[in-house]
Ligand binder design. Structure first.
Ligand code: E4P
Length: 301
């Protein structure tokens, strides 16, 4: 499994690359906005992106900002031509760029992916929220698909009536196993109210309860990644899966357990991954126990 950094902040990217564990980076317009706001001064976006490309030892995803296939293809080619001399450019295309129901743009992402892939431009298909979308992106020829694990967790929390950031903070772990157990318990409590299994199965209350804790059969962001990985392996799809929208260290471990190809991780989560209170405690103990005889070995030149 490769680790990418999910950031457009050059300072973060530089630091993480110095740690020697980064093999790529993913950006998006929101991450670029965050980086620009942090800089607090006018910067040449072009020079800034060139520097990101020079820093990262692997593919860097840059996103288009159009929604129609032809315009996305044009922008993708411009980005690819301008920045390829500085590093490995991958173009991010949304799986479905539609901004409102019925605007007729549902398939423009796939059309753009198909054309760009045929012309040898690698595409990272972004905003993937279902295995169904991932299958279409792979069929269109995407080099990568990016399922957004954290956003699916948020979506399920909202369906349950939880407010993001209050019931669970962003960095908290969202536990679908606990939720499923609660629902199992609720269902077994209610079963005696029905005269037959069929009646219980058809009950709207039962259905609502189950649907609340999932998104069309997907029970968490990690589950979304796991299902995509499974389908791609069954059919031998070449498209690589990038677990995205990662919110905490445990989520990284759980997507790693799915056999995902790549995980793109925000800087803060990388920091969380390397920390453990027992490691800190152990370090303090070892340092306090250093005897002078042992220290002398290091002092001899
Ligand atoms: C992926 O490539 C995206 O940049 C990213 O993971 C989005 O995640 P978010 O939900 O934290 O915005």
């Amino acid at each position: 499994m490769k680790i990418f950094i999910d950031s457009a902040d050059l300072e973060e990217i530089r630091k993480a690359c110095e740690w020697g564990i980064i093999e790529g980076a993913t950006t998006n317009p929101s991450l670029i906005k965050k980086a620009v706001e942090k800089m607090g001064r006018k910067i040449s976006m072009e020079d800034y992106i060139k520097e990101i490309l020079r820093t990262v030892p692997g593919p860097v995803s840059l996103e288009v900002i159009a929604v129609k296939a032809e315009e996305m293809i044009e922008q993708a080619k411009a980005l690819y031509k301008k920045f390829s001399p500085y590093g490995e450019v991958v173009i991010k295309i949304p799986v479905n760029p539609s901004l409102s129901e019925g605007d007729g743009l549902d398939f423009d992402g796939l059309k753009a992916i198909r054309r760009l892939s045929r012309e040898g431009i690698p595409v990272n298909c972004t905003l993937v929220m279902s295995p169904e979308q991932a299958i279409l992106a792979a069929k269109a020829g995407a080099t990568y698909v990016s399922p957004f694990a954290g956003r699916i967790d948020d979506y399920i929390r909202i369906k349950m009536g939880m407010k993001i950031g209050i019931d669970f903070r962003k960095e908290d772990y969202f536990d679908p196993i606990l939720l499923n157990k609660i629902v199992d318990f609720k269902i077994s409590e209610q079963l005696s109210n029905y005269s037959s299994i069929a009646e219980a199965y058809k009950s709207q209350d039962m259905r609502k309860l189950v649907q609340m804790i999932q998104d069309n059969g997907i029970i968490s962001g990690v589950d979304l990644v796991a299902k995509i990985v499974k389908i791609f392996r069954i059919y031998g799809f070449k498209t690589q899966v990038i677990a995205s929208s990662i919110r905490n260290a445990r989520q990284v471990r759980e997507v790693a357990e799915t056999g995902v190809d790549i995980v793109t991780i925000p800087f803060e989560v990388l920091r969380e991954m390397v920390r453990h209170q027992k490691t800190l405690e152990g370090m303090r103990d070892f340092m306090a126990d250093v005897v002078s005889q042992y220290r002398e070995i290091f002092e001899q030149r």
